[in-house]
Design a protein around this ligand. Structure first.
Ligand code: IPM
Ligand code: MG
Length: 358
């Protein structure tokens, strides 16, 4: 048996609801792979702010650094939107990402089973699409200095800095190529090199790194075109590598080919400790009503088993259980004719039942 310390930070809104189901799935599958779990829970985001006055208490950060992996639900909500920027729930998440040095964020957008009909895109456009977005996560405009809002010439001015160093680009490019090698060996690097110097350098460095991966077919695309192409013909993509902000935007777009943001898991890696979270937010409109789709969070557990503990097989089993469950049962976000509508808790139970059969 190997013991793994997992920190769970359920966060805000639907975060706690989907986390609860994901933990049940983790507990169910762990013994099959000889994993003993040491689970602990700490607050993050608005929930942490309400308790301690900060969205990321030292205790949570320490616990994260002392764990083998972190599972995060979601952060944010209207309740905290008027707070000072420095203590907004989102700052908690960003601090976790940067303190753990999680510079690579993997967001796989795949169509699970017959969810093809849940997409707003035509079935023939999305059927078989399988795109991995590799998003830079600890740099770019999200973290660049200087930043702020100040008075200039008698009016308020808001400003941020989009900055990327060569080493930051090199390491995320390397992840992009390595992931592409394990997939379809096609990498699209997305930038705005026609306008932004920082991404002109991005393009140059990605091309240089590409020389070490001669088997991977590298192409470059501008971000605006990439947004259009994801909607027009997502099947042209295999692996995409891009900046923090473009990755944020394009992964939401890619999610819609899967029918719902509630289906997209993510893995944040690069440092010693991985963090796993659904791509969706805290969905305050449905929180506390047992309506949330826990599958993105459950699939994030799968990614944790694959990327932190090298248990790709466990990830495959979870994915299979999800596909089989969706055959019959759906939460509201992916509901379709002929399927049975259930809530978050029951969806968790159905996945557990499916796991027992695999
Ligand atoms: C995401 C989210 C976060 C981001 C927010 C909550 C800070 O949108 O993970 O995509 O912008 O990175
Ligand atoms: Mg986002």
């Amino acid at each position: 048996m190997s013991t793994k310390k997992i920190l769970v930070t359920p966060g805000d809104g639907i975060g706690p609801e989907v986390s609860a189901q994901a933990i049940l799935v983790l507990k169910k599958i762990a013994p099959r792979f000889g994993l003993e779990l040491e689970l602990s829970e700490k607050p993050v985001g608005g929930a942490a702010y309400d308790l301690t006055g900060t969205p990321i208490p030292d205790e949570t950060l320490e616990a994260a650094k002392n764990s083998d992996a972190v599972l995060l639900g979601a952060v944010g909500g209207p309740k905290w939107e008027s707070l000072d920027f420095s203590v907004r729930p989102e700052r908690g998440l960003l601090k976790l990402r940067s303190e753990l040095e999680l510079y690579a964020n993997l967001r796989p957008a795949v169509i699970y089973g017959d969810l093809v009909n849940a997409s707003t895109l035509k079935p023939e456009v999305v059927e078989g699409a399988d795109l991995m977005v590799v998003r830079e996560l600890t740099g770019g405009i999200y973290f660049g200095e200087p930043r702020g809002i100040e008075i200039r010439n008698g009016e308020r001015v808001g400003f941020n800095t989009l900055v990327y160093s060569e080493s930051e680009i090199r390491r995320i490019a390397k992840v992009g190529f390595e992931i592409a090698m394990k997939r379809g060996k096609k990498l699209t690097s997305v930038d705005k090199a026609n306008v932004l110097e920082s991404t002109e350098l991005w393009r140059e460095v990605v091309t240089e790194v590409g020389k070490d991966f001669p088997e991977v077919e590298l192409s470059h695309m501008y971000a605006d075109n990439a947004a259009m192409q994801i909607i027009r013909n997502p099947k042209q993509f295999d692996t995409m590598v891009t900046t923090n902000m473009f990755g944020d935007i394009l992964s939401d777009a890619a999610a819609m080919m899967t029918g719902s943001l509630g289906m997209l898991p993510s893995a944040s890696i690069g440092g010693n400790i991985g963090m796993y979270e659904p791509v969706h937010g805290s969905a305050p409109d449905i929180s506390g009503q047992d309506k949330a789709n826990p599958l993105a969070m459950i699939l994030s557990v799968g990614m944790m088993l694959r990327y932190s503990f090298d248990l790709g097989e466990a990830d495959e089993i979870i994915k299979q259980a999800v596909v089989e469950t969706l055959d019959t049962y759906r939460t509201g976000d992916v509901m379709a004719e002929g399927k049975t509508l259930i809530g978050c808790i029951e969806m968790g139970e159905k996945v557990l039942e499916a796991l027992e059969q695999i």
